[in-house]
Structures are given as C-alpha cells and as structure tokens.
Design a protein around this ligand. Structure first.
Ligand code: SF4
Length: 485
C-alpha cells in the first residue's frame, strides 16, 4: 500500500456500438477508470453469437497488447479494473467473469461487494457449479447465467433480490448489454451515448475520454437493457425506501473531473475545503494539499480563508502501487518514495496540510515530519472527511476496525500521534453541507457504524464481535501545548 488511503474496489465499463472498435474503446474507458482498481484489468467482447475474453494482472496499459484487442471482435464489450477487498489478488479473480451455462454465455463486470457472498457460493457449489475464483463477482455471474425468464430483464430481476450489498454491474450476453445498480445505489453507474451506440461506466470521466456524451445516471435499482431495439429501462424488483451512495465517492474515490449526482466533484471538494475552514480555521501562512486527491479541498480552504495556496509536496506519479511493501515498517518508509517536499514553499512557514482521509494514520506522521524537516515552522492537519471508525463491507478496503486509528484514539490523540500542531476533521454535517444533498441519500457506515445492509455474516467471517453503532467522535483542534513535536 503506497500510503494511507481507502481503496476503491473496481471500475466497470460497457459499450454497445455496432460499427465501432468496441474492445479498443473499452480499453480507453478502462484507462480513464484506472484509479478505481490497479490489480487487474479485463475486457470481454461479444459479436452476436459468442463472447471472448482477455484478463490479466496489472495496470490497463500493461494488461493488453494490440494483438489482445484484435482477438476481441464484436459490437458489444464490457471491461473491468479491479482492486480486491474480498477474494484476494490472484489471476483467477480478475474480472470480468465469463460463464457458460445452459442459457448461453454471460459475462459480468462488478463494482461493489456482496455481504452474502458466502451463502451464494455455498448454494452454487451444492448445485454442482465449479467455482474457479474466490470472489463474490463469480457467484453473482453464475446466478445470472443460471436464471430463467422470457427475457434478460426478467432474468436479472429474478436474481437481484438474492444479492445483498453493493453492486454496479455491466452484464453482457452475445447480443445485449445490461447496466444494473443495486437498490441502495452504493456505487455509481452512468449512461452515455456514442453516436447511435450506448455506453455505461462507473464514472462520467470514462465517457469523456472516449468522446461519448453523458445521458444520465442509472438510478438505484434500475436495470437498463441495451440491444438492437435500443435502450430500455426496467425498475428494481424490490425498490429500496432509502439510498446509500458511498460518501467516499464524493470525498476521494471518483475522479475530480467526474460528475456525480449532477455535481462536478472538483467543485464539491472545494466546498468541503471551505466548510473545513469554517469548522477548523488555522492561523497560518500557507495551505498545501497532500497531492493529488486533496488538491480541490486545499484550494477551497485557501479561497475561504484567504491564506495563500501552494504546492509543498510533490508526488512521484510514476511509482504506482507498492504492493511489494506489505508490512507496517515498509509502509511507513514508503512515504518517502511517494512524496518529496519543496523547501522553498515551506521554510519558516506555518503550514495547513489538507488531506482527504486518515485511515491507519501510518503515513501522516512521516509526512508531518517531512514538512518539518523541510522547514515548516508549524503543521496544522485538516482532513476534509470525518474520522473513519468502522470498516467498509460494501466494496472499499478501509482496513480492519482495530487498524483504524480513529477507532482507537480520540481526535486529539491522533493529532499528537502524527505530530501535528493542531488537527481538525470535517464533521458529517459539514460534509453534507458541501455535497448539498440530504443524509438519507448516503451510506455513512464507516463514519457512524450505521450499515445500510445486514453485516452479521461479514462479522462472523472476520471473527469479529458486532458492536452497537456509535457516532463518530467530534472533530477537534489541538492546542499548541497538546501537540507533540
Ligand atoms: S462504509 Fe464508507 S466507504 Fe463503505 S460504502 Fe459506506 S460510506 Fe462508502
């Protein structure tokens, strides 16, 4: 793990475009979604009679050659970028999944996590299905492939109530593409147009990259079937009374140039920075972001406060994900591989450092130290999200609860531990003000412990004791005396 961030599990992409080189377009769609998963990439393409697939470990750029794309002819394609939270990082777990059942081949790209995966896998095994991976995505693909019904929408509607958790899906048969979002709408999925064709993608940035235009978001619980007769929308078999879009899509995961719920995320994150200033002002000379993800919020904090914005840390953009450094000691050392300081921006200055999240807290202290070594007189940490106190079971690697620094320490203790002069987290209320949508639309589980789905099975699987949901501890600012240097 390169530094202390939650990690999104997957990006999905799908295209129905007769006459286009759909595998190549999917490659570039995945290229735009690389930030949503860096462990493996895959594309499946359909030509009306069969489905072909290519999956490989690694980044999109290294997973495909021209020859690989040439072996994926057709007019429909789906693609997947993956980072694993369940199932582990292994070639057999790379998506999309392609299964061949009596009803014909079905391929699925899945973003999210099913909390009842173990039950589904057990049921399939009892039916004689030989599962080749350890993922929930393969179970979900088999469930769709084994479903019955007069058409594809009916088949998907039939199995959806069996899926408990988060799922944004791109499903493909030899002659149709389907986009599905779970009734809670945990993960994003949007619909676009490319000429006469149709595109579905985790984020709008993938539409822009291939020259497609944004049509609309696929609604929570909606099934959009695209075939030779056009695109047809079908409602969820069991609509949810509430929605639970992941707040961290707004805070961190989705690219700042993507739009979510009608808003450009760069601007939403600027508003988070402005709210952070209102809640936790600092007497300082310069505002710097932890690059790249905290840049918009740092701009917002600087604009609201009048404190100059500067780049004080430079990120090595080419280091990639350091999966060869799994243990704690090497993770901490890894910070220096990832960031270099700009002493000219820091010398003698009282610095506000903006970060989007602190998960384990393992990299915050080395970064604060790096700023001090580079001349910063004071370092005031400001985080544009509330403290993360609970793990995520809906498709994000947040670490175990005992690893989460905010589950073990008060905000003041975190400030002292990382060596900051002061610390302030944006409150949930401030975050929702910045997003300008009601709390009832969002999942807040990792902040509040209030999960939108039953997680008993996940807890049992992890051998954890369920605890009553608790409110996140309020953000606070340390006094100079409290801070450790
Ligand atoms: S628990 Fe947190 S990271 Fe997971 S879906 Fe909910 S808001 Fe997102």
């Amino acid at each position: 793990m390169p530094y202390d961030e939650p990690r999104e599990e997957c990006g999905v992409f799908g295209i129905y475009a007769p006459g286009e080189d759909v595998a190549r377009l999917t490659f570039f769609g995945l290229y735009a979604l690389q930030h949503r998963g860096q462990e493996s990439a895959g594309i499946a393409a359909a030509d009306g009679s069969d489905i072909r697939i290519h999956t490989r470990m690694g980044l999109v750029n290294t997973a495909f050659s021209e020859e690989d794309l040439a072996r994926l002819p057709g007019h429909i394609a789906i693609g997947h970028t993956r980072y694993s939270t369940t199932g582990g990082s292994r070639p057999v777990n790379a998506g999309p999944f392609l299964v061949r059942a009596e009803g014909g081949p079905v391929a699925v790209a899945h973003n999210g996590n099913l909390v009842n995966s173990d039950i589904l896998r057990r049921e399939l095994t009892e039916q004689g299905v030989q599962l080749t991976s350890t993922t929930d995505s393969e179970a979900l693909t088999w469930m769709i492939a084994l479903s019955h019904g007069r058409d594809l929408a009916t088949r998907v509607r039939q199995v959806m109530p069996r899926f408990v958790g988060a799922y944004s899906l791109a499903i493909m048969t030899p002659d149709a593409l389907v986009g599905v979002r779970d009734p809670l709408g945990v993960r994003p999925l949007c619909l676009g147009r490319l000429g006469d064709g149709w595109v579905i993608a985790s984020e709008t940035c993938a539409l822009a990259t291939i020259g497609a235009t944004f049509e609309r978001e696929i609604e929570p619980g909606e099934i959009v079937v695209i075939d030779a007769s056009g695109a047809h929308s079908h409602p969820a078999p069991q609509p949810s009374e509430r929605h639970a879009m992941c707040l961290f899509e707004f805070i961190y995961f989705a690219r700042p140039d993507s739009k979510l719920m009608g808003e450009r995320l760069h601007l939403v994150r600027q508003r988070m920075g402005a709210e952070l200033w209102r809640e936790h002002p600092a007497d300082a000379d310069v505002v710097i972001p932890l690059p790249d993800s905290a840049v918009p919020a740092a701009i917002g904090y600087a604009q609201a406060s009048g404190i100059p914005y500067a780049e004080g840390l430079i990120k090595n953009r080419y280091i990639g994900r350091t999966f060869i450094q799994p243990d704690q000691r090497l993770r901490e050392q890894g910070v220096k591989l990832k960031f270099n300081a700009l002493p000219e921006a820091l010398e003698g200055k009282r610095v506000v450092l903006i970060d989007d999240t602190i998960v384990r807290g393992t990299t915050s202290r080395p970064i604060v130290e790096l700023l001090r070594q580079s001349g910063a007189r004071e370092v005031h940490m400001r985080v544009h999200a509330p403290p993360i106190m609970w793990p995520c079971y809906l498709g994000v690697d947040m670490a175990r609860r005992d690893e989460l620094i905010a589950a073990r320490m008060s905000v003041d203790e975190i400030g002292r531990t990382i060596g900051a002069d002061s610390i302030g987290y944006l409150s949930l209320e401030g975050l929702l003000r910045a997003i300008a949508l009601p709390r009832s639309r969002f999942c807040t589980a990792c902040l509040t412990g209030e999960y939108p789905v039953p997680i008993q099975m996940e807890l049992e699987r992890l051998a954890l004791t369920p605890r009553v949901a608790a409110a996140a501890s309020p953000a606070s600012t340390l006094t100079g005396e409290q801070a450790a240097h």
